[in-house]
Write a protein that binds this ligand. Structure first.
Ligand SMILES: [Zn+2]
Length: 436
């Protein structure tokens, strides 16, 4: 099966464009795309007039060509989105394509050989894109298969979202997640420095460290501190020296406070924040990826055959987890969408990604800021906001279309029916198109 060659020049019409930075909605809008880049957007009549002039000139300057060469500009292929709201593709900041939780399904995944694992991860990546997630941040993947997958997608050999990845997460001996090949055991400052360098050498875009216990470790508590101060300092300062940000799996406030003071860039989960540590995070610019669904997903755990002790720990942590998130919002911490569950997983009538977005909005963020937490804010954290994260001239055409206004209710995202990645339509329910 070979994919048709996508048109170079496209005009999206019949849509309202959602401006995720302001919460504004531009009705009767059009978006013009050339070679996967957004080259114009605005009220449809204005965009059409500027396009007419551009086509009449027969050529347009090519961004980055630099040699003064120009190619003939053909009339665009028009795509009528039938009254949809058009949004930038979603960014999911806490993804594991090789996730293997305790239980029967996890044991099967943990038993895959390298080839089976790579194919399994590629399947997850493709499903993720079909759910409108056009960029992911992987925060612990097995065997460095994530680097091959990232590069294959970028080269067009596999279908999936843009991937930025931490490679293997760094963990102390016996620490959170040490059982799998998605972590690397390190000890002492020297060990953590080597760990950071080894992931960067393999291709890591960022660094992930486990600084406390978690839900999925039988012999630890969420509150168990796992790294000494000198180990955290070594990991963070080494990563920063190499221009990589650091995010930490972390539960308890005391451990987070120490890491934030050392320059930590992001906290995953943050199950047990306090107002003081939330204030410190806000002051330091440390973001929070709350992953609210992980303490609210009993049905998902049942499907995977996750054992009772883990389910209990997860669901019991839920109320405090929510309180923690509310403290972060109150303090003004930047919050970012991340599901931890596979981003594409069908769960309570939608994807895990959209379900997380609903929780974020419902628990105090509101729809407009929740949309930013799923798009432009993660793009900024990742340093890719000149490329993606909003619908703007000069950015790549990573776009999704839904019915209903998400600035009024993020549950409108449940109606996702069209996905464009880098200027290529990969899903169009009306036309029966799905590269998934
Ligand atoms: Zn995780």
């Amino acid at each position: 099966m070979s994919a048709p060659v996508p048109p170079r020049h496209q005009l999206l019409v019949g849509c309202s464009v959602v401006e995720v930075e302001t919460g504004g909605v531009m009705a009767v809008a059009a978006v013009r795309i050339l070679d996967g880049e957004i080259v114009d957007l605005g009220p449809e009549l204005e965009v059409r007039e500027r396009m007419r002039l551009a086509v009449a000139r027969e050529s347009v300057p090519r961004a980055g060509a630099g040699t003064g060469t120009a190619e003939a500009l053909e009339a665009p292929v028009e795509v009528d989105l039938g009254g949809a709201h058009l949004l930038p593709g979603l960014l999911n900041m806490h993804t594991h394509f090789s996730l293997a939780l305790p239980g029967t399904r996890g044991a099967e995944i943990a038993g895959f050989d390298a080839h089976a694992l790579a194919l399994y991860m590629a399947d997850g990546a493709r499903r993720t894109l079909m759910e409108g997630v056009t960029t992911v941040r992987c925060v612990a993947e097995k065997d460095h298969a994530d680097f091959a997958l990232r590069d294959a997608i970028a080269a067009g050999r596999a279908v999936g979202p843009r991937i930025l990845t931490a490679g293997r997460a760094l963990v102390c001996t016996g620490g959170h997640g040490h059982e799998g090949s998605d972590t690397l055991e390190c000890d002492g400052a020297v060990g953590f420095r080597r760990g950071v360098r080894s992931q960067i050498k393999a291709g890591a875009d960022l660094i992930k460290v486990m600084i406390s216990g978690g839900i999925a470790g039988e012999h630890e508590q969420i509150s168990t501190p796992q790294l000494h101060r000198d180990e955290m300092e070594a990991a963070i300062s080494t990563a920063h020296a190499w221009g990589r940000k650091v995010t930490a799996h972390a539960g308890p406030a005391s451990v987070i406070a120490e890491a934030v003071a050392l320059g930590l860039d992001c906290v995953e989960h943050g199950y047990q924040l306090t107002p003081d540590v939330a204030a410190a995070m806000a002051a330091q610019g440390t973001a929070l990826v709350p992953t609210l669904v992980v303490t609210r997903c009993g049905a998902f755990f049942d499907e995977l055959g996750v054992p009772a002790w883990m389910q209990k720990r997860s669901l019991d942590a839920g109320p405090r987890h929510r309180e923690s998130y509310e403290m972060a919002l109150e303090a003004g911490v930047t919050v970012l969408l991340g599901s931890d569950m596979p981003p594409f997983w069908h769960f309570e009538g939608t994807s895990a990604t959209v379900r997380e977005l609903e929780y974020m909005a419902e628990f105090g963020l509101g729809p407009v800021k929740a949309l930013a937490a799923a798009t432009i804010e993660p793009a900024r954290w990742l340093g890719v906001d000149t490329l993606v994260g909003s619908i703007a001239v000069g950015k790549r055409a990573d776009l999704i279309a839904i019915d209903g206004d998400p600035t009024a209710d993020v549950s409108a995202l449940r109606s996702l029916r069209w996905v464009m990645a880098d200027g290529v339509v990969v899903r169009d329910d009306a036309a029966g198109v799905s590269r998934g």
